[in-house]
Design a protein around this ligand. Sequence first.
Ligand SMILES: Cc1cc2nc3c(=O)[nH]c(=O)nc-3n(C[C@H](O)[C@H](O)[C@H](O)COP(=O)(O)OP(=O)(O)OC[C@H]3O[C@@H](n4cnc5c(N)ncnc54)[C@H](O)[C@@H]3O)c2cc1C
Ligand code: SF4
Ligand code: SF4
Ligand code: SF4
Length: 371
Amino acid sequence: MTESKENASQKEVKVFKDLFETIIHPGLCCSCGACVAYCESQGFNVIKMDGYTPKYKSPDTVDNCTKCGLCYFICPQTDTILDKINEDYKIEDELGHIEDIFAAKTTEKAIAEAGQDGGIVTTILSYLFDKNKIDAAIVSQYDADLNTVPMIVYEKEDLLKASGTRYSISSQILPLKDLYNISLEIIEKKGIFDIEQLRLAFVGTPCQTRAIGKMRFLHIKPAHVVKYCISLFCFENFDYDKLYEIIKDETKIDAENIKKTWIKKNFFLKDNKDQEYEIPIKKLDPAVRNHCHTCDEFTGRFSDVSVGASGAPSGYSMIITRNKMGHKLITSLLSQGLIEQYIIHADQTKEWKEKRIARLKRMVKLKTKKN
Ligand SMILES: Cc1cc2nc3c(=O)[nH]c(=O)nc-3n(C[C@H](O)[C@H](O)[C@H](O)COP(=O)(O)OP(=O)(O)OC[C@H]3O[C@@H](n4cnc5c(N)ncnc54)[C@H](O)[C@@H]3O)c2cc1C
Ligand code: SF4
Ligand code: SF4
Ligand code: SF4
């Protein structure tokens, strides 16, 4: 290669500096943690997550950057390789590929009580543990200060406390940065001899599952351990402090006294005395995270299964299966009676599904129009 050609090709590789200038600094970062998880799992020692913001660890680590460019490639907010993964995931329109769509709810009482809608996500994970199809799952939980944080759980028993929706960012991909530091005790307990054999289910918002989709497409570590990718529907997400400040202003309820929150046109909450409150959704606009204003996703196109509430009868979840594997998974849950489908008269099934698809498309339109 001549020197000028070499310089030109080096210039084309976008690195963390570019990610910072084009995505992070303008407020478009969705804090998924993919860039840090990749870089750290390779031991490059360049960047870290500072709260919800990826940054150089210190001025001394800037030169450690190998200029591999993968942080820029896998970031869900850059459009690199999107055309290729669209093809890979057979994306036909704004909803992505739909193998099937229907409503269902869990048949397990404890999950029904703890779950957000139909308890489908927790039932899927519980089944995968039971059938020894996964060794771990990445879910989200509250920490001691009630911040939403990602968590790798290794036991089915730990799933229930992660059930339900937390309407603030949880950097779901970040725990993968420590993949190669998972304790020997856990590895032995799981009966695996090499961390590369770990099988994991991932739960996240559509932007996060897009990053996983990019990583899976590129076959890059540490996402190679993700065997199942479940996307939650997501219209918008909130800045934790701003959200709870507005809630406190509107209802006088402190975060620690909130039992459950949900969105159904407006924002609802139940306090620990089971008293319900409603806040007009518009009032929460100042708390919406900046990156959500440019988001064109709603159902999570780059997943194996998407789950949400929109379009589902009360107490049920809508499920979209995205590929054969995702479809087989849900069919197994149905056939084993772990979830039950919302029954529609056979004559009306086609129309029912078409109406749901039209509704979800309207949600995407509404979202992009709002943007
Ligand atoms: C920020 C956000 C916005 C949403 N907006 C909509 C919407 O507009 N319309 C709609 O139909 N559905 C929306 N959902 C999805 C919906 O709230 C439920 O998560 C979904 O219906 C699954 O319900 P379930 O009862 O099957 O899940 P459950 O069995 O209760 O399991 C929920 C799973 O989601 C995980 N989780 C919870 N909070 C987060 C988080 N912040 N980040 C990553 N994982 C998390 C939990 O750890 C758990 O594994 C949203 C979810 C989130 C996180
Ligand atoms: S080493 Fe690679 S992944 Fe890490 S910051 Fe540099 S370009 Fe990004
Ligand atoms: S990869 Fe995720 S955390 Fe990193 S800059 Fe992009 S959106 Fe932010
Ligand atoms: S609205 Fe879009 S960018 Fe915001 S959290 Fe949901 S999927 Fe991510």
